[in-house]
Design a protein around this ligand. Structure first.
Ligand code: NAP
Length: 511
């Protein structure tokens, strides 16, 4: 559409105006909303495509879903929960934590549910973001994209998948109306989701087949149920919970040298993983099939005590021949063997390298973020993008972690964005990173990625962008370094312009 037509059309609409518009109410969007609410200075609206908060923790309801980061660390530092039931809380408990947070922090009235953003466009005339959703149109001085990087399922591009006449669903879109009991079930994938699903399905399936493309490294999961005494201690002595949180944080932080391939660190963790495999899988052939052929840490290291033992059960088989195609009855392997199935679970991950949200955000020249990012995401301070004024990306380029709690990254970004929003609103400003500053920043990330196990470990993963093969999703340094660099907003590196006086009207509060 021609730009002027778009603007005219835009002017005819019944816009809802706000200072800050947040897309998404998962861990990042909700955390951002709580920060703004607690600050009490800004109008803000949260757009949520579903009818509940929780993001990936609302959508991933597959059997066995739980977090593989300890809950005392995988929770907001500003809302500790002394009553986590166990070290690694299950999905319903995490979702409950997020719902309670949204309720108790007074965020719910700000959330527009069932509102899917379909287009976000920078209006150069009014210098605002115009966002069209399935439930209304919004204008905002600042736009925060908190759509997450594990929100849109990635389906495998396997010939014949649509011709399968049995049931098929993605791990992130579990169909609980389907009973897997006594069914012949196939699971494609052996990532973090699959290894939680497989033991659960094995209990009920007549026959369970796991289609493995590459073997993961699996280490023991040191889980336990917290006793009432422990929970009481965390409640009465918040400093004890904080001490545990700190200890867990530093445990992860000191594992970062593994990803830099420091030999002593690598050896320690790979010995742990291979011993775990040896202890749990006596059969030599099965053990060989389960032995990864790449350096540990290149993909996510998985935690499980029951995945390997499940694979030794009589009703479970591991297929490593590779999938040739799928037909109406089931999966045909590259060695021509076939596996007939009633249910096929695709546990094949998410659209994390090419974020779908990037397709609908258009900057000053009308180009989408996706077009700008065709070789992978690039952002200044991992958060703002040249050509996209007053836009903040949460969990955008290079914010993922190989080991550690994403909540640390989220809270770092919240603080940065809160500062950026304050600067925009208090100074009636438009901010946009200078192209040169962004380039320098991104180059520093590429430099730090060099020599890492993600680039050199001999695997293929969603951490690398499929076209450029650059590390565009993960942060290639210590988490503390992320906070040092990106923990507070400074206008340095930004092109700052001041709004024309007539534009100030938009600053007028809606209420
Ligand atoms: P994933 O790690 O991307 O794993 C996808 C799996 O599907 C891989 O084993 C992959 O094989 C396989 N696959 C993909 N396309 C395939 C194809 N065409 N044919 C055959 N196999 C195919 O996805 P995920 O397990 O859903 O996990 C994604 C991320 O979510 C994790 O890295 C983690 O960050 C997060 N997660 C976290 C938790 C938690 O406990 N906190 C739990 C679940 C997920 P290859 O390995 O050969 O590519």
């Amino acid at each position: 559409m021609h730009e002027t037509t778009m603007i005219n059309e835009v002017n005819d609409r019944n816009w809802i105006k706000t200072e800050v518009l947040i897309i998404g109410s998962g861990f990042s969007g909700l955390g951002m909303a709580v920060a703004l609410k607690r600050e009490g200075k800004r109008d803000f609206i949260v757009l949520e495509r579903a009818n509940d908060v929780g993001g990936t923790w609302r959508d991933n309801t597959y059997p066995g879903a739980a977090c593989d980061i300890q809950s005392h660390l995988y929770s907001y530092s500003f809302r500790p929960n002394p009553r986590w039931s166990r070290v690694y809380a299950p999905q319903p408990e995490i979702l409950d934590y997020l719902r309670t947070t949204a309720q108790e922090e007074g965020v719910i009235p700000h959330v527009k549910f069932n509102a899917t953003a379909i287009n976000a466009r920078w209006d150069p005339v009014e210098s605002v973001w115009c966002v069209i959703t399935t439930a209304g149109e919004y204008k905002a001085l600042a736009l925060v994209s908190a759509a997450g990087h594990l929100s849109d399922p990635s389906y495998p591009n396997i010939e014949g998948l649509s011709s399968f006449e049995g049931e098929v669903f993605h791990s992130a879109r579990w169909d609980h109306s389907y009973s897997p009991e006594n069914q012949r079930i196939g699971v494609i994938g052996t990532g973090a989701s699959a290894i939680q699903i497989v033991p659960e399905l094995a209990y009920v399936a007549e026959q369970l087949t796991i289609f493995q493309r590459s073997a993961p490294y699996v280490i023991p999961r040191r889980d336990h149920i917290y006793s009432e005494a422990e929970k009481g201690m965390f409640a009465h002595f918040p400093e004890a919970a904080q001490e545990l949180r700190d200890e867990l944080f530093w445990g992860n932080e000191t594992r970062f040298p593994q990803r830099r391939q420091v030999p002593a660190f690598i050896e320690q963790v790979s010995t742990m993983a291979l011993n775990h495999l040896k202890n749990q899988v006596p059969d030599e052939k099965l053990r060989q099939d389960l032995t990864p052929d790449y350096a540990i840490g290149c993909k996510r290291i998985l935690l499980s005590n029951d995945y390997y033992p499940t694979l030794t059960q009589p009703n479970v088989s591991l297929q490593t021949a590779g999938i040739s195609h799928i037909d109406k009855h089931g999966v045909v392997l590259k060695n021509q063997d076939r596996v007939d199935l009633d249910l096929l679970v695709v546990a094949t991950g998410f659209e994390a390298a090419d974020l779908p949200i990037a397709e609908l955000i258009h900057g000053v020249d009308g180009e989408s973020l996706a077009e700008k990012w065709k070789d992978g995401g690039q952002a200044y301070a991992c958060t703002t993008v040249s050509g996209f004024p007053n836009l903040f990306m949460m969990l955008g380029p290079n914010t993922g972690l190989g080991a550690g709690s994403m909540i640390f990254m989220i809270e770092t970004q919240i603080n940065y964005i809160k500062g950026g929003i304050g600067f925009i609103c208090d100074n009636a400003a438009l901010i946009e990173p200078e192209a040169k500053a962004q380039h320098r920043y991104v180059e520093s990330i590429y430099q730090r990625s060099g020599g890492s196990v993600w680039l050199e470990g001999g695997c293929s993963s969603w951490y690398l962008h499929p076209r450029s093969q650059r590390l565009t999703t993960l942060w290639p340094d210590f988490m503390t370094q992320f906070r040092k660099e990106n923990g507070s907003f400074s206008p340095d590196g930004y092109q700052v312009t001041t709004r024309a006086p007539q534009e100030q009207q938009l600053l007028a509060r809606q209420a």
